[in-house]
Write a protein that binds this ligand. Structure first.
Ligand code: ADP
Length: 533
């Protein structure tokens, strides 16, 4: 193949991937593209690199693939006029467009987006719900306080629909058209797409199936932790790694490019707390040392250190996302009353509503920290969580949740209030306020996402707490996913995609934007690395 090592003792050639052992006992392998991390972004990059003619090696430190992607809520945001034609649009939605397109723009990028959306909306004749890549971009940019890089926001929302169709063409199943669109927590607009399989399993099953079907081109090494990037003459040409079980060292040479797709650092308590303190003067979180997380244990930020050692610029690391949706026992997303944002509200332990439940994730979680015991109850009813047909992300019906003691049921609001220990008159008042908001399309908390009243018994409640979910900052890339150094120049041979990167979401990521980001930029990274750009 392309590289002959000195002191080679044995060489095995498997369909273009070269493996050999040196006299020092170090395993060596070569491929066109080496990818670090077998989560959503890394596996999307693997499929895309292979489709662009590359032989690929993927290194994964855990014993299985999937990372945070496979345990995520799975929602994928994209403007998708054909499917959104089946979603109705109301006055509150129109007001949202009016509000964001008429506010004083922060810069030229926002001004251009506003102008385009105004023109698109004026020309919109339906059917269904208005959306466009520019409206998605405007909400993303505004929802992250203008900290994101405009070129990345633009590239992101322009390519999400193609990425969704590409995933479909690679075998990924999505819900039927009339069920596919919903609004995931903090998405701000009904453009979240629901996969067929629970959690993020659809993404990972699809890409692992693809890798298996193309195993001559894609090799995945598990239990293999990348420890260092190899640089030759200013170009990244490979990765050193250690087998976490045997401690055996290997070097993986990439003739065209290395892609870092190692995910975030939500599970690294020390790192997240040290970055959190940087945001204190910008309204950072309380001490997160003992905060629970939705993340898998491998989300420790390894890729940041790998990239920084070769001069990469890291941006926005102080922006940590917490959700108000953690399981009180574990912090995970499990056991949740997972339904569209429009169809439920929250009360605190006093039975009072306290926040716009359709708002930004950071606003909701900050409001939750201020409530008694930082504890909320999600409230819904038979119509909003219909049984047995509706399942949460863990494939659980409301009956499953009740049987497991994760949700409570009452034939009246008073019965429900007694079961969850909140004052009945307050829960009734909160429900009446919510239902009045459905009629008015607005309320005093500033909520804009409404659909149906909560009035059909039985009524349900499930408990939630704040939990660390996502890290918005990371490696700075350009829109080709090439990694930039501290002077803004490309580091040759090095690409990054997914949660390890920064600059796409700004200070607050919209719900449903993460998997769309990981797969969109993973796909771009794979194609560009394969081209050796
Ligand atoms: P993304 O959504 O950005 O793809 P994920 O969390 O889904 O992020 O996937 C990242 C993957 O990278 C995880 O499977 C994680 O175990 C893996 N990973 C993290 N650090 C390393 C490392 N040093 N070497 C190899 N794999 C790593």
């Amino acid at each position: 193949m392309k590289h002959i090592f000195s002191k080679v003792l044995a060489v095995v050639i498997v369909a273009g991937l070269v493996a050999c052992a040196t006299s020092q006992g170090t395993q060596q392998e070569t491929a066109d593209v080496v990818i670090i991390g077998a989560g959503g972004a890394g596996l999307a990059a693997a499929m895309s690199a292979q489709q662009n003619g590359a032989k690929v090696i993927v290194l994964e430190k855990m014993e299985r693939a999937g990372g945070n992607t496979v345990i995520s809520g799975a929602a994928f945001n994209t403007a998708d006029p054909a499917r959104q034609a089946l979603v109705s649009m109301n006055e509150a939605n129109r007001r949202d467009i009016q509000t964001l397109t008429t506010k004083t723009p922060h810069n030229d990028f926002e001004r251009e987006l506003q102008q385009t959306v105004i023109e698109q909306f004026a020309a919109f004749r339906g059917p269904g719900l208005f959306d466009s890549p520019e409206w998605h971009a405007l909400q993303t940019y505004n929802g992250g306080d203008y900290v994101a890089k405009p070129e990345l926001v633009r590239t992101f929302t322009k390519n999400t629909l193609d990425t969704l169709e590409w995933l479909k063409s690679n075998g990924m199943g999505w819900q039927r058209d009339q069920d596919v669109i919903f609004t995931v927590l903090g998405a701000l607009w009904p453009r979240s797409h629901r996969p067929q399989m629970p959690l993020g399993q659809g993404y990972i099953t699809t890409s692992l199936g693809y890798a298996e079907a193309h195993k001559d081109d894609i090799t995945i090494h598990y239990n293999t932790r990348a420890t260092q990037l190899v640089v030759q003459n200013g170009r990244v040409t490979g990765v050193r790694a250690t087998n976490v079980n045997t401690n055996k060292k290997s070097t993986y040479t990439a003739t065209k490019g290395v892609i870092i797709a190692t995910g975030g650092f939500g599970a690294n308590i020390k790192l997240r707390q040290s970055y959190n303190t940087l945001a204190m003067d910008k309204g950072g979180w309380p001490n997160l040392d003992s905060a629970k997380t939705t993340n898998h244990p491998g989300a420790t930020g390894d890729g940041l250190a790998l990239a920084e050692k070769v001069g990469a610029n890291l941006i926005g690391l102080e922006w940590l996302q917490l959700l108000p949706m953690g399981d009180p026992r574990t912090g995970s997303l499990s056991g949740n009353i997972e339904i569209g944002v429009e169809d439920r509200f929250f009360v605190n332990k006093n039975g009072d509503r306290f926040v716009n439940e359709g708002g930004r994730r950071d606003d909701m979680t900050k409001a939750l920290f201020a409530q008694p015991d930082a504890w909320l109850w999600v409230i819904c009813d038979k119509q909003s969580y219909p049984t047995p047909q509706h399942k949460n992300n863990f494939n659980e019906s409301i009956e499953d949740l009740i049987a497991a003691g994760r949700a409570f049921e009452g034939n009246t609001l008073e019965e429900l209030a007694e079961k969850i220990g909140v004052p009945a008159e307050n829960l009734r008042r909160a429900t009446e306020q919510f239902n009045a908001g459905v009629d008015a399309g607005s309320d005093s908390l500033g909520r804009t996402l409404w659909r149906i009243k909560i009035e059909q018994p039985p009524f349900y409640a499930g408990a939630r707490i704040p939990t660390v979910h996502h890290t918005m900052g990371g490696i700075e890339i350009n829109s080709n996913t090439q990694v930039l150094n501290k002077s803004g120049q490309v580091i040759p041979g090095l690409y990054a995609a997914g949660e390890v990167t920064g600059g796409i979401h700004g200070s607050n990521r919209l719900g449903g934007n993460a998997l769309a980001d990981a797969h969109t930029f993973g796909r771009i990274a794979g194609a560009n690395a394969a081209a050796g750009q």
